[in-house]
Design a protein around this ligand. Structure first.
Ligand SMILES: [Zn+2]
Ligand SMILES: [Zn+2]
Length: 146
């Protein structure tokens, strides 16, 4: 099920809306918002929470994934000892394939989970990020970025 995760503008509570759910006020402070998750399978072209057009994708490494990795790692320890580097590389690859990408908004950090990848969206770019956090990038900082 596709979903959007964002922060309440008023109280910073983490809110989640699943595809098909109507918008509703913040569960914590009651502040109104009109955020709805785009339907399943929709191509994400702008942020569902704030409408911002600049988005990036990243691996969905959350707490659960981290714990699963530690458990998986400890299971594979005896096995990876013999062929450590190769084993770790394979494990790395498997994990990389298992962990899905999420689409994140540069402006409000809303996370769009379980949507199909949009080829127009690029991985996290520090220059774009800095521009949002600190305003205009210093001259020359954007060389190589069209
Ligand atoms: Zn709130
Ligand atoms: Zn946003």
């Amino acid at each position: 099920m596709a979903s959007v995760h964002f922060l309440c503008k008023q109280c910073d509570a983490r809110l989640a809306r699943e595809a098909g759910e109507p918008s509703r006020a913040c569960e914590q402070c009651g502040a109104a918002n009109d955020v709805v998750a785009p339907p399943d399978g929709a191509l994400i072209e702008h942020c569902a929470a704030c409408g911002h057009p600049e988005l990036y994708f990243q691996k969905d490494f959350n707490r659960t994934t981290g714990i699963a990795l530690v458990v998986l790692g400890s299971i594979f320890v005896p096995w990876t000892y013999g062929l450590s580097l190769l084993g770790v590389t394979i494990l790395d690859y498997i994990v990389w394939r298992l962990v899905k990408d999420v689409i994140v908004c540069y402006d409000c950090q809303a996370v769009h989970r379980a949507y199909p990848p949009n080829p127009a969206i690029k991985p996290f770019d520090l220059v774009i990020h800095d521009r949002h956090v600190y305003g205009a990038a210093p001259p020359g900082a954007e060389e190589g970025h069209s």
